[in-house]
Design a protein around this ligand. Sequence first.
Ligand code: SF4
Ligand code: SF4
Length: 173
Amino acid sequence: MRMPGCEQLESCIQCGTCSGVCPLSIYMSHTPRQVMALTRGDFKREVLHSHTIWLCASCYACTVECPQGIRITDIMYELKQRAISEGVYPRRFPIPVLAHEFNAMVQKHGRITELQLVIRMFLKTSWVAALANWRLGLDLLRTGRFSLLTERIKRRGDIARMLDAVDGTKGRS
Ligand code: SF4
Ligand code: SF4
């Protein structure tokens, strides 16, 4: 609740509006209302291991409709970041793996190389999915949308310092 956008969580009245408007709640292990209740109740393990935070598509419908002005989408973001930083995200679920690999590449090179990112994601999740998409991959290579070379920016230390500064700011808030 100290994190930016999460301050109003205490005022949740468990009305369920967020779950009602969420287009993805029927696929979630916990509805948005349940995630708010678990987070407020400090059920950290249950929340951080839940697939719900990774299914959230950041559409902001819940945040717009919440009668208490709770920024549910921002809370979902915060939970995702916390799950990644504590290494407790579902290991073979593509969305957190993609986010983790994306972040690691930006930290190291200042930008991502799509082909390497996709290969790393499939290696850590499912090669079956990679095989099913081989034709799309070839098309992207052929049209220059995938690079075989590692892409990096100049002065990579600058971006690492910038990301460290953002982390430091969050830690103090
Ligand atoms: S809509 Fe807002 S007040 Fe209602 S359950 Fe969801 S977070 Fe709580
Ligand atoms: S922002 Fe996430 S939790 Fe909220 S309605 Fe959209 S998908 Fe559901």
